[in-house]
Design a protein around this ligand. Structure first.
Ligand SMILES: [Zn+2]
Length: 297
């Protein structure tokens, strides 16, 4: 491995849609991966468990299109995550790096000294308050030589696509010596092939988008205790639903809490009915929880 040829895969340009540019990486090293977070500490994610991408193959080596689709499929195949990349077809658009809600992969020369050693860029846009992604555009730097076979002198499209799609999930680069085998490692050599995910890469997508083999559909069997205590038109209910759908439902533990809450709602409501003290405590609890969500937004 020649150090001189060891080129950064970077970079990920995190563009915040509502205030200043935010570049805040929060270490999740205990898990062997890193996720991007807002300055408020929320993990950056897509609002749904899929993201569609167009591909502009102009400038790509032969079979570049299918190499990128194969990389999408590799992330989709992680059985512990319910996230899906969706290939939306070819495009001739060159609107790279615009927050237009249309995600794309393209090839072209990255101009500027800051890109001299950058193989590819992924520009992502997200809401600075909620952390929700709205756009991701990937560009392969054609100042370098690309291939889809096993060329020792060129960079492998599928390898780098897999890495850049990891940024599209809001996973960050890794630079430690123990990270070299991971797809999210931030450097790559010519001829280096890394078309499979390491367990840490899979843990990363699973952390952000858990699910997959198991259903995460919430079954609402009873009436909602918060509605029962606060009344059906209370403004805090909207914040509580945001707490449920925006935060709790995104983790396995949070999902269990939601499920327990609804499964036991009838007995919770009956207990509240019997005890004015419990009713006051429950009201205070729900109002505090709603306030937490207001502060997060
Ligand atoms: Zn990177």
């Amino acid at each position: 491995m020649s150090v001189n040829n060891n080129q950064p895969l970077r970079c990920i340009a995190l563009l915040c849609t509502c205030s200043v540019l935010v570049l805040w990486s929060c270490s999740e090293n205990a898990h062997g991966f890193q996720v991007s977070k807002t300055d408020g500490g929320l993990a950056i994610r897509w609002p749904t468990t899929s993201a569609g991408f167009y591909i502009n193959p102009a400038g790509a080596p032969s079979a570049g299109l299918s190499a990128i689709q194969a990389a999408m499929q590799t992330w989709i195949n992680v059985t512990t995550s319910n996230f899906s990349f969706v290939y939306k077809g070819q495009t001739s658009s060159t609107s790279f790096g615009q927050n237009d809600g249309s995600n794309m992969v393209c090839f072209g020369a990255l101009v500027g000294a800051q890109y001299d050693s950058t193989l590819a860029v992924n520009t992502i846009f997200f809401n600075g308050q909620t952390g929700l992604l709205s756009d991701s555009d990937i560009k392969f730097n054609t100042n370098f030589t690309w291939a889809t076979g096993n060329s020792p002198d060129a960079y492998d499209v599928q390898t780098i696509a897999l890495h850049e799609l990891g940024h599209a999930l809001a996973l960050d680069d890794l630079y430690e010596s123990g990270d070299t085998a991971k797809v999210m490692y931030g450097y790559c050599d010519p001829g280096e092939i890394k078309r499979f995910l390491s367990q840490d890469d899979m843990d990363g997508i699973t952390y952000l988008y858990p699910g997959g083999g198991t259903t995460t559909t919430t079954t609402i069997t009873g009436s909602c205790p918060a509605e029962f205590v606060l009344g059906q038109d209370h403004p805090d209910l909207q914040q509580l639903r945001s707490l449920r759908d925006g935060l709790l439902s995104r983790s396995v533990v949070g999902h269990r809490i939601i499920q327990m809450y609804y499964n036991n709602s009838d007995s919770i409501n009956a207990a509240i009915e019997r005890s004015p003290v419990l009713r006051d405590a429950a009201r205070s609890f729900f109002e505090t929880a709603a306030l937490v969500m207001v502060k997060k937004q």
